[in-house]
Design a binder for this molecule. Sequence first.
Ligand code: FEO
Ligand code: CA
Ligand code: CA
Length: 637
Amino acid sequence: MKNFKQINEDISFDDWDEIDNPGPVQTEFQKITEKALTRRNFLKSSAAFSAAAFLFGTTTLTPTDAKASSIMFDPVAANTFDDITLPKGFSSQVVVSWGDPMWTKGKDFDHSTRGTAASQELAYGDNNDGMSLFTKNGKHVLAVNNEYTNRGIIYGARDSKLPENEDDVNKGKAAHGVSIIEISENNGQWRIIKDSYYNRRITADTEMEITGPARGHDLLKTKADPTGTKSLGTWNNCGNGRTPWGTYLACEENFNGYFSSSNKDFKRTSNMKRYGIKNKDWGYAWASVDERFDISKHQNEPNRSGYIVEIDPFNPNSTPKKRTALGRFKHENAEVTISKTGHIVVYLGDDERGEFLYRFVSKNKYDPIRDNSNLLEDGSLYVAKFNDDGSGQWLELNPTTTGISSQAEVCVNTRVGASTVGATTMDRPEWVASNPTKVEVYCALTNNKNRGKKSNAGGDNTPVNGPNPRQGNKFGQIVRWIPDNEDHTAKTFKWDLYVVAGNPDVHTGLDAGSSNIKSDNMFNSPDGIAFDKAGNFWIQTDGNYSNKKDFYGMGNNQMLLGDTRSGEIKRFLVGPNECEVTGITWSDDGKTMFVGIQHPGEKGNSHWPAGGKSVPRSSIVAIKRNDGNKIGENIYS
Ligand code: FEO
Ligand code: CA
Ligand code: CA
């Protein structure tokens, strides 16, 4: 079947996007260069990257060797072991792996065939990413995103390493979405409870309800759904969120890579171009078995993905809700906070080079004794503008500010609206994390090889700027901001950079990183970030693991702990070969930390977790302290 074997290069997700979605060629080059130089002088004249830190009156980026460490464990050395490495005094176990059956009628994962569509429909999905553990009435229910699949792994039993028939494609569709599993702890080991009432697979075919301003708009209507209110499935869910009312948020990221056109001459709309939807998909071949993924036949189908999806983890019969009020873009996670005014504020990143950082503010207020289940249906959407003097503004996106004819269309063409109002282009906003002990928010800006070189897909120039201080940014940084008046709904904020990643062993200057980066804690491409209840700041990486050249000495992808007061960062975990460390949640008692290991062996060089000649499988591990104490307790001196 020819069209199942479209593309055979083993290239990363990121590279796909670059091939699919190259921005327009450089424009106004002179202007970009001039601005970059001005910014460099600005940075030089301030203390490292902490210009705005003066405004905060903090000593954030004080060199960490100037004083004793505040973090109690001994750091893990960078390494390239095909295993999980933790500090002395901590241990881990695998809880669940791709393909594990969730019901007794399912079959154990078959390493020789790597499963079928039928076995996958009854099994935990692939490439776990964001997750949350919900505990109620003694039941522990874990909701986990299954972001995507690696063809070389899921179809590794095929000679072509590609989907070769309809069942293969359907297996791929079933491996996407969200897995909801009940887990329990016995003798210190966490396991899935097979056949639990709560166990549920949400896949690319599960019915969803479209809510909010875009519900029922013409742009969302299709032949199968002329009302524009019901769509099928969710896929490429990256980071996640959880609400104070106990629901799970799955965040649709690179939804574009699943669409293709049977008519190679099909002329894409400007919206399709802005979102990277092309006549060729990224090799998943979904349109070959499910016509709605053929954009020449169903032009509105892509408008029904790219949203935040709200799911009730305790009701397996509930219909997931697509929340269009939170905008349509390549969502990373959804960090939910309650402002001091009582409004729900959700921070949202759009992970693409030169795209933006957003905020949603609910129209209605949270009330713990009332039904809050529709707070994400109605509210205001904003995009961030960062000024080089350490100040910033949230710019509202509505028909008046954007010139777009309705709020429904603002919610579908959100990127276009953000470009119109002059938001700050960012170095791929990944996860956002809000400090539970302080009104303060962080965002991982993972890297951006186009910074200062190429505009984004909307034609916005991407000159070097305050929070994105390096041209062709290879290593990434974490920006943080404090809302004015300690109010998450305030329209203004102050920002600084918590860390600028780099390699001080290889580089001097900007690429050596900020002063809290040393030989023993260097990393690249921060991605997952989250605070535990005690205010410990955890950083996960999805970066270059070659351990060569610019990245020499960094080893495999890793997880670090940050002290947000002193700026100190220590390496806590190193993952197995060719993995990304992503996804984090805690047991209610704080004694177990669950961490996701995604795509070990994505280039064919891992047998984690089972070892020997086994198939590498994305898995969740449970990490505990050997002394039985809470993970984050007394972790600082
Ligand atoms: Fe799925 Fe932006 O990482
Ligand atoms: Ca990510
Ligand atoms: Ca990433």
